[in-house]
Write a protein that binds this ligand. Structure first.
Ligand SMILES: C[S@@+](CC[C@H](N)C(=O)[O-])C[C@H]1O[C@@H](n2cnc3c(N)ncnc32)[C@H](O)[C@@H]1O
Length: 277
């Protein structure tokens, strides 16, 4: 690790007890550099100096490390696969009394799990069987989860949602679009740190066994050993026949796990080899 980054890690540990050594060095450096203007410094040495004299800046840096950017139907190709064959086949394969179990890990402010819920609802209206599904949506960020639970989005945040879906699943009040109870009743939000080694999966899920696990656009913030730790945890939480979906830029992490194979290249959608029928 770059000496100066090491010093930043030390400062964060002593000021807030936070271990930021888990973050990828390049990411940490970029986030620190984005803080230069606010700290009125021009290089990393000056920034380290500034940090050691300004505890508030340490807090600001820690907050900047939590990137919660997201969108509805963020990766269109992956969502097309979900809509066209993954969710239909999962729903079709479920015995009538059992429920479809989905985990959105690192769900940010809810756009990802609500997008999946819209797809499930739409697929179901084309079938005659009763619909039973549960989406466990977790994140480490309390503020993101608060917005997710409220399910309120601005006009600029709902641009990727089809007009029909907006009409069917949202209530418009002024400029705010609120997710309807029809979707909310199937999505449960809770705090869960994927690096927490006390729990192998969210407590709400009781035993994991998910048919679909989505963990996208968060692995690349971490160092390789932490990325591997998270992916191992995700695999262990999957049903034998289940699917794992990551972000586009995270394929390389998953490719280290030989028990997985990519089902629809180039999309980052995986299954376990032991579940090949
Ligand atoms: C960039 S957002 C991606 C959101 C969504 N998955 C998507 O693809 O649009 C990354 C999310 O991962 C969450 N996150 C980062 N580290 C985490 C961890 N260790 N455990 C759980 N969530 C984490 C962040 O709080 C953030 O909300």
């Amino acid at each position: 690790m770059h000496d100066k980054l090491g010093e930043i890690v030390q400062i964060a540990a002593s000021a807030y007890g936070s271990d930021i050594s888990k973050y990828d060095d390049m990411f940490l450096k970029q986030v620190a550099e984005k803080r230069f203007a606010c700290a009125n410094v021009t290089n990393i040495s000056e920034y380290v100096q500034y940090l050691s004299n300004n505890p508030d800046e340490v807090g600001a840096l820690l907050r900047s490390l939590h990137i919660t950017h997201t969108d509805f139907f963020r990766n269109p190709l992956t969502f097309a696969h979900l809509e066209q064959w993954i969710l239909p086949s999962l729903l079709e394969g479920k015995p009538e009394a059992s429920e479809l179990r989905i985990w959105s890990a690192g769900c940010s402010s809810g756009q990802e799990p609500y997008s999946i819920a819209m797809l499930v609802e739409n697929i179901h209206t084309r079938k005659s069987r009763p619909l039973r599904y549960r989406i466990i949506a977790t994140d480490i960020s309390g503020s993101a989860l608060l917005q997710a639970t409220k399910g309120e989005y601005r006009e600029d945040e709902i641009q990727r949602i089809r007009v029909k879906d907006l009409k069917d699943f949202f209530i418009k009040t002024g400029d705010t679009y609120t997710v309807s109870d029809r979707l909310k009743q199937h999505v449960g939000f809770s705090t869960y740190d994927l690096l927490d080694n006390r729990y192998s999966c969210p407590q709400e899920s009781i035993f994991g066994n998910f048919d679909l696990v989505v963990c996208s656009n968060m692995l690349f913030y971490y160092k390789p050993n932490h990325q591997q730790y998270i992916v191992r945890k995700l695999i262990d939480s999957m049903d034998k026949f289940g699917y794992l979906i990551t972000g586009e830029a995270e394929r390389q992490v998953v490719e280290n796990f030989t028990e997985l194979y990519q089902v629809a290249p180039p999309s980052p959608i995986y299954k376990q080899r032991r579940g090949v029928r």
